[in-house]
Design a binder for this molecule. Sequence first.
Ligand code: HEC
Ligand code: HEC
Length: 260
Amino acid sequence: MLAALSSIALSRKGIQASPSAGQQSAKVRAVPLRIPPASSIPSGPVGELVRLGKNIITDTPKYAAAYTGNSMKCSDCHIGGGTMAFASPLAGVTTLFPWYSPRAKRVITIQERLNECFVRSENGKPLPDSSRDMIAMIAYMNWLSRGIPMGSTVVGRGLLHLRAPSHVDPKAGKRIYAKKCSMCHQPNGQGISGVSPPLWGPHSVNDGAGMAKVPKMAAFVKANMPPTNPGSLTVQEAFDVAAYVDSQPRPHYNKVYDNY
Ligand code: HEC
Ligand code: HEC
């Protein structure tokens, strides 16, 4: 049933999805990803929080400047403000937390999970647990999750589950990059401000981020890049190009935040 839903969700892209995508455990029930219309954001103070959370997630350097250390928006990876399957959607996440984290080797809260992306993907600083900005992001994620039962998630949580090829070739990846990526992310990997995000260099994610690891980047790229023709790369090409991008310099993860 799950496998069927996953392949329906991705048939337009010609991708065979695994039901165990991302961190999804076989025991977690998954429902189809349905994004509520913006008109259903409630009026009043809760609606204000939801809108603030959406702004932080879609324009992080502007709305969470004090905690952001690069030019990355959450929605550069959580595409469409967390509304896309296999681009780590942000619906059906708060329904699962607190959650056992294989990275931390303990149960973590949703605040800790959000801060993991702040100290790694945003190369920034953790937000206080009960700050207005933190509660706003949670309010937005709860709004995205309307109708999803507690303990359940969405089909397409996390990233595609790919089997790594036996050999990965960053030199072949360099050629793929020049042909299929550099027009947007630029030959020097710095992207185009306001159009496409950097893939390496001082304004990119640090080396502690999931996106800086070849398997996760390959899984993201396979399902989502290039945006004009997602799913067009083979699994081998996705790994090769991820290995090339991964071989480029980027900021170092600040071990002061090792509890995240
Ligand atoms: C450079 C890419 C990138 C950026 C920027 C980024 N993230 Fe993530 N995020 C990821 C990846 C990769 C994962 C792990 C997906 C997986 O393996 O299932 C993740 C996971 C998460 C999760 C857990 C999802 C789940 O299903 O358990 C949350 C919540 C999250 N990010 C929130 C944020 C927020 C909020 C921001 C902005 C402050 C942000 N992320 C910025 C790449 C990014
Ligand atoms: C048409 C322009 C375009 C092309 C071509 C393109 N990208 Fe992207 N890429 C984007 C945009 C825009 C985003 C931000 C997410 C979104 O809005 O779709 C993005 C996001 C990303 C991210 C996650 C964010 C980050 O900075 O880490 C990665 C990784 C990535 N692209 C890799 C690639 C690779 C590899 C290729 C070539 C196979 C590629 N892209 C081709 C425009 C492009």
